[in-house]
Structures are given as C-alpha cells and as structure tokens.
Design a protein around this ligand. Structure first.
Ligand SMILES: [Zn+2]
Ligand SMILES: [Zn+2]
Length: 340
C-alpha cells in the first residue's frame, strides 16, 4: 500500500497534500492530469495543472471553471504539506502530465492517460522512477498493439488516391486526436487545406496558438459537395449523422485505438478504420511498468484484471482500482454534436 494515496468515491486522494487527482466530483483541492472531460471537471475549489491544461479547461468550461487556478511547469516542485508535488510529461495530449508525489524520498506516480508513441503535437512521455505506479489500462489486453500512426494516415492518403472524387471524412475527438491526425498527415507530405467541423475549431486553433504547426486549416462552414476530394475532420458522432450527407457519398474514416476491433468500426460507421491511439498499447503498458522500477502497481481505467495478472506474473504487487466515473472509451470528451 502507498501511504501517499487512497481511493475514495471522489477519486484518488493524497491525504498528506489534502488534494485529489482528477476527481470525478467537485472537491476543495484538485490536481488535474489533462483536459479530457472525464479527468478535468469543472467546479473544484483550487486546481493545480500545467498552463495548457488550465487553458483547455477554460476553453471548454469557461474562465470560471474553478475557484483558483495554479499553474505549474513540467518538473517544477510545488510543496503541499510535507509532500512535494511535480508534473511530468505524459505524451497523451497537449499539456498532459503524470503526477509525482514525493514524501521524504518515497515516490508515487499517477500516470493519468499516457502513451509512448511519437506524437508531433505534445511533449513526449518522461519516465519517472517510483515505488508505486498508478497506471491507466485503456488498452490493457494483449490484442491491443498499435501500429505507427504514420502507417495509418498513409491508408487515408491511399484511399484519397483511389477515390479522388469523394470527400474523406475522418471522425476524431476534439482534444488531441484531431490535431494529431492533422500533424501526421503533414508529416506524410499532405499539404492541402484540411477542413474542420465547427466542434473541432476552438481546440485546433489553441494548438496552433501554442506553436503546433498544423498547416492550412479552414472551417467546413456551409460547404458540402464542393469539398469532394478533400479531407474533412469531424467529431466521431457526426460520421453517421445527417450532417455527413452534405458531402454526397463520403468515405467515412475514424481514428481511434478501438479501430483494432472490427465491431467497433462498424458501430461507428467507419469504412476506413485508422488505428491511431493516444493511449499506451499492451506492450507499452508492460514496458512502462517495468521501466519505472515500481513494485506496487495500481491499475485503473480499462482492462484492469489482465494487467493486474501480468504484474503478478512478473513479481509485482498489483491491485485493480475499480474507480467509477472515468470513461473506458478512448478520449471521450463530450464533443458537442451541434456545429458551433
Ligand atoms: Zn482517461
Ligand atoms: Zn485522456
């Protein structure tokens, strides 16, 4: 057991610091790992997070999303009671962080959501050695092995070559995934304008303001069939919505780690599944657990039992946290269905 963390109905709590990490209900003091809606809720008293996470929370919930916000940069130490708190890159989305709690050299790390794959839109994951590691397990089954994102966007470009008269509609979540898909398309040599559904505009503009190069981007606005042969990004829910019909007979693609599962692709109406994930796959979960050197592993957020079993087989103590309030679906972010 970690003496630094307990599990409460509101989420993970560090009694010595008096702070919750990514609480699922309003609390006095919260440390927020990143801006996805199931981690970053509005209504807390004080919030400690990176500048970018605070900005994203304000974009989504309004400037008054908490009582008082405290910004901290990666690696800066903030003292809270007799605990030193610091945030370290998680490689998940812009501003995302792992939380290190250090009391007299005893170290516990809460990963938040993380990935090890390269991502041109955020700071890469930093390995933080610790004794207790709280890991996510969204893709905590051995069947989940994510291919390189580049290979997946190349499938999209090949389809565009094969069907140059059709709009290619790509379902992607508004925070992180949409911007990563755009950046990967640019890296693969696609330099034409990319069109965005209204619900993706604000966060994409924020990424650009933060210096992430995404090339020429325009809102879809009222356009439809004029965009034949173009790439259009929209929230996943819009793929099978009336909104998509304005493009005639578009090719529907979807970018998500779940696209490994055919039934999920079908359910989304995605003819062209692109396996692009902002979460660690099975190999990277296992590798990261070993690399942290932690003996105590807490598993949350997804397929907990399989990873707990793997940890035990590898001589670690492990426990599933079974916390409620976090989405097992990838990157759920309540992207509004209406065009804004
Ligand atoms: Zn999550
Ligand atoms: Zn997330």
């Amino acid at each position: 057991m970690s003496d630094l963390l307990t599990v409460t109905p509101a989420g993970l709590f560090c009694p010595a610091a008096g702070a919750y990490i990514d609480p699922v209900r309003p609390v006095e003091k919260a440390i927020i790992t990143h801006g996805h809606a199931d981690h970053a809720r509005a209504g807390h008293g004080a919030v400690l997070a990176t500048r970018q996470t605070l900005d994203i929370m304000a974009i989504r919930n309004g400037a008054d999303f908490c009582g008082s916000a405290q910004e901290t940069g990666y690696g800066e130490v903030v003292r809270s009671g007799d605990v030193e708190v610091s945030l370290h890159p998680a490689g998940h989305v812009l501003g995302s962080a792992q939380v290190l709690l250090n009391r007299a050299g005893r170290r516990t790390v809460v990963s938040g959501d993380y990935k090890r794959q390269a991502d041109p839109t955020c700071t890469p994951f930093e390995l933080v050695p610790c004794e207790t590691f709280v890991t996510e397990a969204t893709f905590g089954l051995p069947v989940f092995r994510h291919p390189p994102a580049r290979q997946e966007v190349e499938k999209l470009l090949s389809s565009l070559d094969l069907f140059p008269g059709q709009t290619h509609l790509v379902g992607a979540y508004a925070l992180g995934k949409a911007q990563r898909v755009i950046a990967e398309l640019r890296a693969a040599g696609y330099h034409k304008t990319i069109y965005l559904h209204g619900a993706l505009e604000k966060l994409t503009a924020y990424y650009q303001e933060q210096g992430i190069a995404l090339g020429p981007i325009e809102p879809v606005a009222k356009r439809g069939k004029e965009l034949s042969g173009e790439i259009v990004l929209c929230p996943p829910g819009q793929l099978s919505d009336r909104w998509a019909r304005r493009f005639g007979d578009p090719v529907a693609a979807m970018a998500s780690g779940w696209m490994r599962v055919r039934a999920r692709a079908r359910q989304r109406g995605a003819e062209l599944p692109l396996i692009v994930s902002d979460h660690a796959d099975w190999d990277d979960l296992c590798r990261t657990i070993l690399e942290t050197g932690a003996q105590e592993i807490w598993v949350t957020h997804g397929a907990e039992e399989a990873l707990v079993h793997w940890c035990e087989m590898n001589g670690r103590n492990a426990r599933p946290l079974n916390m409620i309030g976090y989405d097992e679906d990838e990157d759920t972010d309540n992207t509004p269905a209406v065009e804004i």
